[in-house]
Structure formats: C-alpha cells, structure tokens
Design a protein around this ligand. Sequence first.
Ligand code: ATP
Ligand code: MG
Ligand code: MG
Ligand code: MG
Length: 568
Amino acid sequence: MSTKRTKAMKMSALYAPTLKEDPAEAELASHRLLLRAGMIRKQAAGLYSYLPLAWRSLKKIEDIVRDEMDAAGAQELLMPMVVDGALWHESGRWNAYGPELMRMKDRHDREFVLGPTHEETITDLVKNELRSYKQLPVNLYQIQDKFRDEMRPRFGLMRGREFIMKDGYSFSATQESLQEIYDDMKDAYARICERCGLKALPVVADSGQIGGDTSVEFMALADAGEASLVYCDDCGFAADDEAASTKVAVTEGPGDGTLEKVLTPGMGTIEAVADFFGFPQNGTRKSLALIAEDGTKVVAIVPGDHELNECKAEKIFGEYHMMSEEELVEAGLFKGFIGPVNLPQGIRLVVDESLRESRSWACGANEVDYHFIGACPDRDFTVDEWADLITVREGDPCPHCGRPLKGARGIEVSQVFQLGTKYSEAMGATFADENGEEKPFIMGCYGVGVSRTLAAVVEQHNDEHGIIWPVSIAPYEVSIVPLDPKLDECAAACDAISSALCDAGIEVVVDDRDERPGVKFADNDLMGFPYQIVIGKRGLKNGTVELKDRATGDRVDVAIDEVASKVA
Ligand code: ATP
Ligand code: MG
Ligand code: MG
Ligand code: MG
C-alpha cells in the first residue's frame, strides 16, 4: 500500500517569476497570462520551458488523458522522438510532408527526422509482431514532445514548434473494429475536454463514403481561435469553415491530372472561387456548388448574368464549350443541384471533356454520376458532404434541423482520424486474416494537444485579474494567504489549515511572503488558484478565515476548523 505524501508549497520558494506588465509580444490572453503568472518562458520561436506551475497543470492534463485512454482499453508506451528517415521514405511522407518536418543527419550521414507524429514509427513497431487477426485489435498511445517546424509559431503554447502531444494509433482487422475504437476514442476525447474544463465542439473534419464521419476535430470555443465554425445549438451539428476552404482549393493545372499549383488554401472559399472565375458577388455565392455529369464529361454550372471570363476558363478547362441549362437537360447531362442552392437567372454551364481523367480538377464524388469542380487530391466527397462543406455559413439553416446556425471561433485541441490502410499498405505491415490471407492493418490515429489544451483552458478561463483554473487541472487547488504571517495566531491558523488540507490530499500553496496584502491578492488572482483562504487579524478574533472562490469571486467567512472540509 502506498499513500501520497502532500506538503504545502511555500510561495516564497516557488519558482514562478511573475511579470507586472503585459509582455508586448503576447496577443492572446493565454499567452500573456501564462507568461505573466511565471508559468512559461520562451527560449526561441515556438520553444518554451514549462515552469513548475505549468508543469503541474500539464501533468494533470496528461493524467486525465491517461485515465480516459486506459479506461477505453488503450495501452501506453513510449517511442523515440527521433525517427529513422528510412521509415519516412517508406511511407512516402519524406517527400510529401514539406518544411514542417525537421530533418537531420547523424555522424554517419544517415537521415533522421524529429517526429511530428508517429504513424511510421508505430507501424514499423507492430509490423512482424502482430501477425494474426486473433491478436487484433490493438490500441497504443504515448505522451511525448513533438516537433513541427511551423511556418508561424505563435500565441505561446498554442502553436509551438516543440509541443506535448498524446498520439494514439489503433490496428484492426476489420473496418467494424476500427469504427468501434474510433467511436470510443471520440467519446473519450469529449470527456477529456470536459474533465479539463473545456467547452469544446466535435466538428466533422472529414466524412466517409458511407455517410459517417471519419475524422472529427474537437474545437475549444474561443474568440482567439484560428478556426471559424458554425454550429447548431439545437441538434449539435457543427462544421468547420476551414474544412471548406482547404478542401475546395482551386488549382491551376494543365488539366492532365497533375497538380501544378494550389492557389493558396483561401482560394477555396466559395467567394474566392467565384472571384477567381470573375463572378459577381451579389449574394450568389451558393450557386457555385453545382455540377452535373454524364459519366464521361464533367459539367460545371456557374452563376451570373454575365459572361464567363473566357480566358480563365480556357486556361483551366482547356477545350470547353458552353451549354444552356435546357441544352444540358436535353442532353441528359443534368443530374440536379447539390445542396440548398438558389441559382440566379442566366446560369452558364461549362462542359469539359478534358476533365475526365483529371482527378486534380474534377473531384469525383462517391455517388454515381456526380463530380465536383475544385481540386480535391485527397479523397472524394458525397453530394451531401459537399453541400455541408461549402454551403453552410453563420445564419444559414442547419442542414440537419433547419434552425439558424451560429458562428464561433475555435481552437483545435484534438482530432480523431480513420487512417485506413494508408500506412500499413505503404510499409507492408500485414496480418493473416481468418483465411490465412495477408491483409494490411486497418488503422486509426488519435491526437490530443496536451500543451495546447493548457493554453485553451486559460483562453476560456480568465478575467482581468488573471487565470481562473478549473480545479481538475489547477497547479494547486488552494492557496492560503496569511496577511500577517509573523503574527503567532496567524501562523498557527495557517499551519492548522494547511495540515488539514494536506491530510485530505489537497494541494496547497501558502503565500508566506513578506508582502503587502494587495500584492499577495494580485499574485494569487493572477496564478488563478481556484480557492484562496485569507487569514486576517479581524477574522482571527472570531476564529474565522475568508474563503474566496476565484471563479465567482464569492467570499465567505468560515470557521478555521471547518475551512478544510469546505474545499475538500
Ligand atoms: P493545426 O491545424 O492547428 O496545425 P494539426 O491538425 O496540424 O493542428 P494534428 O496533426 O491533428 O494537428 O495533431 C494533433 C493535435 O496536436 C492537434 O489537434 C493540436 O491540439 C496539437 N498540435 C498540433 N500542432 C501543434 C502546435 N504547433 N503546437 C501545439 N499543439 C499542436
Ligand atoms: Mg498543423
Ligand atoms: Mg488541423
Ligand atoms: Mg489536426
């Protein structure tokens, strides 16, 4: 049997160098407050030290993650952070990943990377070890520093280059098994957010061929978030604006299937596409999502009572000709509108023979005979998904229940993803199925941004005085603030309360510093301990102390011998 030994921390000894002034480089509340409360320090762009207070909170987040993962049957392990470059060549990501991947060579001139994520490592790890379907499924995770050479590291812990991630990977024999684990992980992720005190929305980041989602991002709601979302209060529908803009990116290509240049992710918004084609913007933005197809020809319907910019059309489509809507219907090419579109008068249609082979142009849909314009090199969309992705904006009717959608901004704190056989196939990681046939593992991956979660919590829980920690991840749950520590009575009360709290397993910091009350109050508020117990002369006369709830600001007088049980 083991018992946890708790001892009160003395503020005079605590390494938490606070700042009086707001640091100029910090735009976000979380960045500013974590610096000011002496919780983090920057070493170089995107590289931060976690000082004792932050580290305590981070460990609590990690423990919540562990608890939820273990409860869901996942097993923790730890892999090297440095990864053999050969594995990244094998998966194809050495070339595909781009400059975010930190590459290096050892003294023998061998290539390595600093792991930004560990699909290769784990696939290589289980390969040849998990041999039979009988050993599956297996779900493994680690909590580790990751490195991504982000183009714009910013906002403190929010977008660092070195950051803490929990990354998990599952290996299944069947799609049903993957689906089960994926659903469990999604539930666990929702609970992780909740237990950390985060208000977060699960946003469908990617949808599958049979309608269900294959990737969900958990977005912590915050005005400072980089992602813009729409959501429905009534039915829980949520979508990410960014998903639309990145997946609908228009490309300038020769039309032969190669992708020469993506005209920046922002090009993909419906407005940007319209702009690119030279359409007017008078409220017709939804009309662009209109394509019909006859199995060989892709037809783009473009809105407007104006002429299509023919020069651009030619550049994009190569050979093309225009047809009226009636002509198209007559030719049997018109298969219907996609999504809640309201077309203006004078629709023009572009029929492009050359698009047939051109996957970079025409994004083949999963439903027979539907194709969409816009580059989508990754995967296909169903008609419904496409409509979801590009048509919903704040104020639009919810595609599920019709109520008006609300807009919000969010911070991506975690993501679950059905990988399928992408890595197992590329890396030859197979198992023998029931018939003895070799099959690639069906994989899922699941990531939680641990250090980003810390920042997101501060973003959601702060006021003009500082951080307001949820109890579950507070560095210390209680701070005791004796106003006259040198006074015997005061010191005695402080010791008694602190011992009672420690005995109850509560983490306590005692502000024993020889400072003015105002300074102590300001620092304790800044550091955001959920409960403050203020011991002052006046109360001592009546045998009471003041218990302050940091979140509500409520203060109550409580008898000295009862205060520990009040917060326990
Ligand atoms: P983003 O869209 O913000 O760049 P991502 O989608 O690239 O994030 P994932 O590959 O899904 O990130 O990684 C899993 C989690 O790791 C993310 O949900 C996020 O919480 C966290 N994360 C990713 N990049 C960073 C970073 N640069 N700094 C801190 N946390 C990060
Ligand atoms: Mg990223
Ligand atoms: Mg992302
Ligand atoms: Mg992600």
